[in-house]
Ligand binder design. Structure first.
Ligand SMILES: C[S@@+](CC[C@H](N)C(=O)[O-])C[C@H]1O[C@@H](n2cnc3c(N)ncnc32)[C@H](O)[C@@H]1O
Length: 255
């Protein structure tokens, strides 16, 4: 895996591109970024949830979650970049969601929240620039309450060998222009969450052939007893149900 950019460098990059970020990211990913956020939020968030959006940037996922969680829902948008959060704040006000949302700067490698604090923790495209993405993923898991959900989207390697090679050459070029690469590279974190005891309840690949994304939702078991067959089922507003039919947990691939 490519060496991550320093936190100071990332802060500088995102500070400079904050106002153009939404357009730039949507353009580079041909809009598949928003599709990923929508799938995760619609399948992870329920009415009244306490939600943390980690590396929230301009808040695209967190604000979607705030809408879905309703008036009783609460969302914390957390990011390294004050400039990205300033754009998020403007969007929240425009959408009339400011009463449900709080904004906090900080480093997601060391989250300033107690264990088990949130019903849902989101990370959309924000583990990719971290120095240690696996450690970052474990932080998301730590602050999720038992029975809660960690919902992640991140860049991943293309499956086809030739396409992977080509994507690597394009990445070599993009990494010469940090404002283009945004410090993002393909990572892999789902297995560390499974080793930590999480259950994958949704897994899906989306994105462009040259820039694919991995989406997954991992549930933190409520208690050891909930690993018995049929336990852990809960109604969801979406077409997918969060339901563990039998141990080991079901890996649900969405086509
Ligand atoms: C590619 S953007 C993703 C933003 C947003 N989640 C989205 O869906 O568009 C990556 C974000 O992660 C933030 N970030 C990078 N390193 C971070 C860190 N160590 N702690 C908190 N945020 C970080 C950046 O400031 C940036 O806003």
């Amino acid at each position: 895996m490519r060496k991550a950019l320093s936190r100071e460098k990332l802060q500088g990059i995102y500070g400079q591109i904050a106002k153009r970020y939404d357009f730039l990211h949507a353009f580079l990913t041909a809009g598949t970024d928003q599709k990923g956020r929508r799938i995760l939020v619609e399948n992870a968030v329920r009415q009244g949830d306490r939600i943390l959006d980690c590396g929230s940037g301009t808040g695209s996922a967190g604000l979607l979650a705030a809408r879905l969680a309703g008036e009783r829902g609460r969302v914390t948008l957390f990011d390294l970049s004050a400039e990205m959060l300033a754009v998020a704040r403007e969007k929240a006000i425009r959408e009339g969601l400011q009463d449900r949302v709080t904004f906090q700067t900080g480093d997601m490698a060391r989250l300033p929240f107690a264990d088990d604090s949130f019903d849902v923790v989101l990370s959309t495209y924000s583990l990719c620039p971290l120095d240690d993405p696996e450690q970052g993923a474990l932080e998301l898991f730590r602050v999720t309450r038992p029975g809660g959900r960690v919902a992640v989207a991140h860049s991943t390697e293309p499956e086809n060998r030739l396409v992977r090679w080509l994507a690597g050459r394009i990445e070599d070029i993009a990494w010469r222009f940090p404002r283009l690469s945004m410090g993002c590279r393909a990572v892999s974190v789902v297995s560390v969450l499974e080793r930590a005891g999480g259950w994958v309840v949704l897994a899906k690949r989306i994105g462009l052939p040259l820039w694919p994304f991995m989406l997954f939702i991992v549930e933190k078991p409520a208690s050891p007893a909930s690993s018995s067959p049929g336990a852990g089922c809960a109604p969801s507003t979406s077409s997918l149900r969060f339901c563990h039919q039998s141990p080991p947990p079901v890996l649900r691939k969405q086509s």
